[in-house]
Structure formats: structure tokens, C-alpha cells
Design a protein around this ligand. Structure first.
Ligand SMILES: C[S@@+](CC[C@H](N)C(=O)[O-])C[C@H]1O[C@@H](n2cnc3c(N)ncnc32)[C@H](O)[C@@H]1O
Length: 251
């Protein structure tokens, strides 16, 4: 059975809050109900209750929501998990990403394409690039990610035939033609756009390169889990972003 070791990340659930922490034997986690000594966890299995706390092994969703340093707006798992499968990502695929940002979406792609696939990701800002690199390294996602601190690929990237591409930058329009050149025939591309104006502009730019175009957004409503009073949470995030998907036309 896998047990908790020094250096592991854990997800602590206390009432309705979640914390992602690293187990360091000389350190403690202080909360309103008391103090948890990390050394008391070492050798115990994940998924245990200690006083008011529940201790779990963090999932990818929790690493993104509670673990990474956010240098930019990130794409939340409710969107990025959908994006990854909409782009048909699986073991062995090669994906091209523009706008690494904090690396949150890069992690999702990395987890999908596995050891035989690769994520090629571009970030133009050096400070942001460095943070993304640290985030990916910290949680073990750097092994299949090739990072570039620039706007568009050097020659080695333009020779690759990609299975999919994804763009999360403010001005995605110039990428349309460039991405078209390096995608396999019929391969999917996805864009995340915060405003409807950008969607309209992008729709115009996609012709004649991409077809089978879809625009959507994902609304997620959580529920209170009290079985005596089961009902939706009072508040929800109404809008995160528009997602646009299309497929390469062989023109
Ligand atoms: C919203 S963030 C991306 C967030 C990322 N998807 C995540 O989930 O962590 C957009 C990023 O695109 C970068 N960017 C903007 N224009 C770019 C370009 N032309 N080439 C590469 N990166 C660009 C910005 O510096 C910024 O870090």
C-alpha cells in the first residue's frame, strides 16, 4: 500500500476548505481547529481522518486549483479537462500550445499525452515562462514538455506534424495560418477567448483554413452535499470564457 512520505504533496480538507501542502517532517499545518504535525502523517496511507482534517493524495484538478503559483489568469479544470478531450488528446500525441501562462493547461495536456507524447508550448514573457517552468517541474510534468520563451516556433517546431493545437493568447488571429501549416490533416485546434468580440474576430480569421467550427462555454453548478437539504450552491461562476474548436481543412 502506498503510504505518505517526506516530500509528498497532500490535500488537506478542513470543513469546506482545501489546502495543498508538502509533507516536511519539521513543519506543521496550523488551522483554526489546531495544529497538524506533518511528521505524524509519514508512513500512514492517504485518505485518512486526523481530528477535523481529511488527508488525501492531490488530483490533477487540485494541483491546478490549490498548488500552482498563478502568474497569469489560468484556465480552470472545468474548461481545460474538456478542452483536452475535445482536442482528442491521448498517449503519444503531439500538441502545440501558445500562451503557456502559469502552465495550468500545459499540465493537463502533459498528463494526457504521457511518456510517448509531447507538449510544445510557447510563452513570450520571460517572468511568466520561468514561473510556468517551476510549476511544471514541481509537480512532475516537465518530462514530456518542451518550453519556448518566444512567440512562435523555431524551425525545429515548424517541421513537426502536430496532432492538435491550442491557443490562449489575447491576439490569437495571427496564429491561425501558422498553426494550419503544422497540423496534420483534419487535426483539431482550440482557442480560449474571454470576450465575444474576440470570438467574432477569430471566426472571420479561420476561413479558409479551418472547418467544423463550434463555439461553446461550460457552466458548472455545484451542489450542497447535505443529504437532508440537498440543493444547488447559492452562487456559481457564471462565465469563465468562450471556447472555440475547429478542424484543419486541407486547402
Ligand atoms: C491567459 S495566459 C495563459 C494561461 C494558461 N492557459 C494557463 O492555463 O495557465 C496568456 C499567456 O499568453 C502569453 N502570450 C500572449 N501573446 C503571446 C504570443 N504571441 N506568444 C506567446 N505567448 C503569448 C501571455 O504572456 C500570457 O502569459
Amino acid at each position: 500500500m502506498e503510504t505518505i512520505k517526506e516530500g509528498d504533496f497532500i490535500l488537506i480538507r478542513f470543513k469546506d476548505k482545501r489546502y495543498l501542502k508538502k509533507v516536511e517532517k519539521d513543519k506543521n499545518f496550523s488551522y483554526k481547529g489546531g495544529v497538524l504535525r506533518y511528521k505524524d502523517l509519514i508512513g500512514k496511507p492517504f485518505g485518512i481522518i486526523i481530528g477535523d482534517l481529511q488527508i488525501f493524495k492531490p488530483t490533477l484538478e487540485e494541483i491546478i486549483l490549490y498548488g500552482i503559483k498563478r502568474e497569469t489568469q489560468i484556465i480552470y479544470p472545468k474548461d481545460s479537462f474538456f478542452i483536452a478531450k475535445k482536442l482528442n488528446l491521448s498517449e503519444g500525441k503531439k500538441i502545440l500550445e501558445f500562451g503557456t501562462g502559469s502552465g495550468a493547461t500545459t499540465m493537463v495536456f502533459s498528463s494526457c499525452v504521457g511518456a510517448t507524447g509531447k507538449v510544445y508550448t510557447f510563452e513570450k514573457e520571460e517572468r511568466i515562462f520561468k514561473t510556468a517552468r517551476k510549476n511544471l517541474e514541481k509537480f512532475g510534468f516537465l518530462y514530456n514538455v518542451v518550453m519556448f520563451n518566444e512567440e512562435f516556433g523555431p524551425l525545429e517546431v515548424s517541421k513537426i506534424e502536430f496532432d492538435a493545437a491550442f491557443v490562449d493568447v489575447r491576439e490569437p488571429y495571427p496564429f491561425v495560418e501558422k498553426i494550419h501549416k503544422v497540423l496534420k490533416p483534419s487535426a483539431p485546434v482550440g482557442f480560449l477567448l474571454p470576450t465575444a468580440n474576440q470570438v467574432v474576430e477569430l471566426l472571420k480569421s479561420l476561413k479558409p483554413y479551418f472547418g467544423d467550427i463550434e463555439v461553446l462555454e461550460i457552466l458548472t453548478r455545484y451542489y450542497k452535499v447535505n443529504p437532508e437539504r440537498f440543493r444547488p450552491e447559492d452562487t456559481m461562476v457564471a462565465h469563465t470564457a468562450y471556447l472555440l474548436f475547429a478542424k484543419k481543412l486541407s486547402i
